[in-house]
Design a protein around this ligand. Structure first.
Ligand SMILES: *[C@@H]1O[C@H](CO)[C@@H](O)[C@H](O)[C@H]1NC(C)=O
Ligand SMILES: *[C@@H]1O[C@H](CO)[C@@H](O)[C@H](O)[C@H]1NC(C)=O
Ligand SMILES: *[C@@H]1O[C@H](CO)[C@@H](O)[C@H](O)[C@H]1NC(C)=O
Ligand SMILES: *[C@@H]1O[C@H](CO)[C@@H](O)[C@H](O)[C@H]1NC(C)=O
Ligand SMILES: *[C@@H]1O[C@H](CO)[C@@H](O)[C@H](O)[C@H]1NC(C)=O
Ligand SMILES: [Mn+2]
Length: 633
């Protein structure tokens, strides 16, 4: 029943692609990562840069200057930024970064071969299978470890520690993926992995999965950036752990930088043509890299994302997705990333099931991008803190500035999705707001008002965005409307809805339809609740698709049962009409099944479907019509 702002807060905290970890590692049992069998690397293929790539890089003059400005902004030299609007604290904070951003190269480990894969296919979790632990059968000591592992990581570290850091995975690719002919000159790659207090076995499994499943000639280096871990022993043992891995090096920040700036540290140090960013709790599956590089080899302005598979947080089972079920990225008007099914039009546009799928946005944790293009785009906004919003900023500018964002359906990378963040978030909500306002200011044009309405137009101090606006001007990027019309036509535009606001019953004038929850959990039924006039769970839109909508949830009536309270539910919008299609005429809310929404005459809470009866005032609702030229919600 809370108004929208509390929902936003909860939503942000629960966002599944959470990056931070607070880990307290303890005695860890993993197999030695050093394999007894050594083979020589047989791939000697040298990748030549094509002429088009050269000229692409040659055109980078202005971007180079910008990249240097980003670097300077990180270091914040006062003389160059005579920017009196900046609050003093921010200037001081930025100045502190001058030295600290110079992360040190600590280790470069010697060579190891990359061809010895999966030395043991019978151990726990092999072939990506689940490790199920009967907690009650554990000794008291192990029970304690089991509990601490969960507590510190929000995943089952005890199970992870039982699994080889070089475990085998089933080949989850579609059969057609195995016969795809890739571009003959795939670019070489720097893989960048940021971590903060990650569990050792999970981090090492991420790194080994990259080494073991990437063709050697395409993998120039793996850069592991330790963003100031201070708990557990992962970061203490990492130098020893990576000794067998020649092309891995560790960078360390000297204070907590957050995801965005830690990635910039990695990117500045990288030498590969393409950068691949990974979270520190991933596993790359067989053949993951080539499909990510292929679209970039054909057009360096394409950025690619793999299919992000679920690694179960409890059993570490690696689950896989069929191509027809691939979901792509969207966003809601809180500017929070969400997933939605690949639209029909996109399935039809592609000629082959293995062809890349266009995605309006990326989740942000895992993607590949040409380094020069990333620089030309102004990389990440160094004015953004910690994390949040950077994924949408990159997505919008990719599309608006002449690039593309595609999901490679043959590339599978597992990611441990946690149900909660193991990190507490005392102050970061404002950080996310600041980041998001920055991206709205630069990229959203008039559409930014939909976001601002959701934060009560309280923009806070978001700093100076003029450098970012210059990127947009220099690259002559298209308007946000172009992006919505052409790349994300499924997105609902609040200003194009037919009715909006609270839905107030006419029979009981104080009762409104209430969705009971913030929009992050699906399946809740609607109820009657005293009208509170604060929007939130009582704010609905009738969209031009004839949905009764609240953000990305739509009222859905699927049971067909009449007079059954609790059967009208908020479900993820599917844009396919049917159960989610409603009309509003003569004050009645009529479903595609021909029945109407009725408030119980005997209590103020129950709402159900009933045969339409125009003279029953409990089926009559007041809802505000949108004026034709008004675009606000
Ligand atoms: C494979 O792993 C299992 C379980 O950890 C172990 O019992 C077995 O000895 C291992 N086999 C080899 C060849 O290492
Ligand atoms: C789709 O891709 C597969 C594998 O590369 C290929 O065999 C097939 O001919 C392609 N089909 C079309 C219609 O291009
Ligand atoms: C990679 O680039 C850094 C600077 O960005 C340079 O110091 C280093 O020598 C380069 N390494 C290789 C292998 O090219
Ligand atoms: C329609 O509603 C009115 C007012 O509640 C009621 O008197 C009438 O019996 C209803 N008609 C039917 C067919 O249920
Ligand atoms: C439409 O916009 C004009 C000017 O922008 C305004 O004067 C007018 O009142 C608006 N009409 C409605 C119906 O809101
Ligand atoms: Mn993650």
């Amino acid at each position: 029943m809370a108004p929208r702002r509390r929902g936003l807060l909860k939503y942000i905290i629960l966002i599944p692609i959470v990056w931070f970890l607070v880990v307290l590692t303890f005695s860890i049992r993993t197999e030695s990562p050093i394999s007894p069998h050594a083979h020589n690397d047989v791939h000697g293929h040298i990748v030549k840069r094509t002429a088009t790539e050269e000229s692409f890089i040659d055109r980078l003059g202005p971007a180079r200057a910008l990249v240097n400005r980003i670097r300077n902004a990180l270091q914040f030299q006062l003389e160059q930024h005579a920017d009196h609007d900046h609050p003093v604290e921010e200037r001081l904070k930025a100045r502190e970064q001058v030295d600290e951003m110079k992360a040190q190269v600590q280790v470069i480990a010697p060579e190891v071969n990359h061809d010895v894969k999966n030395p043991n296919k019978t151990g726990p979790g092999e072939m990506g299978s689940a490790v199920r632990i009967d907690k009650n059968a554990l000794s008291e000591e192990d029970k304690e470890k089991f509990n601490i592992g969960w507590k510190n990581n929000a995943f089952n570290q005890y199970a992870s520690d039982m699994i080889s850091v070089r475990r085998s995975l089933a080949d989850v690719r579609d059969a057609e993926c195995k016969v795809v002919k890739f571009h003959p000159n795939l670019p070489d790659t720097s893989v960048i992995i940021i971590f903060h207090n990650e569990a050792r076995s999970v981090l090492l499994r991420t790194i080994w999965s990259v080494l073991d499943r990437s063709p050697r000639h395409l993998l120039k280096e793996v850069i592991v950036v330790d963003d100031f871990s201070d708990k557990g022993d992962t970061y203490k043992t990492l130098e020893d752990d990576i000794k067998p891995m020649k092309i891995v090096r560790v960078l360390r920040t000297k204070k907590r930088e957050g995801l965005i700036r830690a990635r910039l540290v990695g990117a500045y140090d990288a030498n590969g043509t393409v950068l691949v960013f990974l979270d520190s709790h991933c596993e790359c599956a067989e053949g993951w890299l080539e499909p990510l590089l292929d679209p970039i080899a054909r057009n360096p302005k394409v950025s690619t994302i793999p299919i992000i598979e679920i690694i179960d947080d409890s059993t570490f089972e690696f689950r896989s997705t069929a191509i027809r079920n691939i979901q792509v990225g969207g966003f809601d008007w809180n500017l929070i990333y969400n997933w939605h099914n690949t639209p029909e039009r996109e399935m039809k546009r592609r000629r082959n099931r293995t062809d890349p799928i266009r995605s309006p946005t990326m989740a942000g944790g895992l993607f590949a991008i040409n380094r020069a293009w990333f620089e030309e785009l102004g990389m990440y906004d160094p004015g953004m803190d910690i994390w949040g919003g950077e994924n949408l900023e990159l997505s919008f500018k990719l599309w608006q500035c002449g690039g593309e964002l595609v999901c490679a359906p043959c590339s599978h990378v597992g990611h441990v999705f946690r149900k909660r963040s193991p990190y507490s978030w005392p102050t970061t909500v404002n950080v996310i707001k600041k980041n998001t306002v920055r991206l709205a200011e630069v990229w959203l044009d008039d559409y930014k008002k939909y976001f601002y309405e959701r934060i009560n137009f309280d923009l806070g101090d978001y700093g100076d965005v003029s450098d970012r606006i210059k990127i947009r001007e220099r690259l002559q990027c298209k308007p946000f409307k172009w992006f919505l019309d052409n790349i994300f036509p499924e997105q609902y535009i609040p200003g194009e809805s037919l009715y909006y606001g609270e839905i107030r019953n006419q029979g009981k004038i104080k009762v409104c339809i209430d969705s009971q929850s913030s929009s992050d959990d699906a399946g809740k039924s609607i109820i009657g609740f005293p009208c509170h006039g604060q929007g939130g769970n009582q704010f609905f839109l009738l969209t031009k698709m004839f949905e009764i909508r609240k953000e990305d949830k739509c009222l859905d009536f699927g049971s067909g049962k009449l007079h059954q309270e609790g059967d009208i539910r908020s479900m993820g919008c599917h844009s396919m009409k049917g159960n989610q299609m409603w009309s509003y005429e003569n004050k009645m809310l009529r479903h595609s099944s021909g029945n109407c929404i009725e408030l119980s005459s005997t209590n103020d809470r129950d709402i159900y479907m009933a045969p339409c009866n125009a003279s029953n005032t409990c089926q009559q609702w007041y809802w505000k019509k949108r004026e034709l030229n008004s675009t606000s919600t």
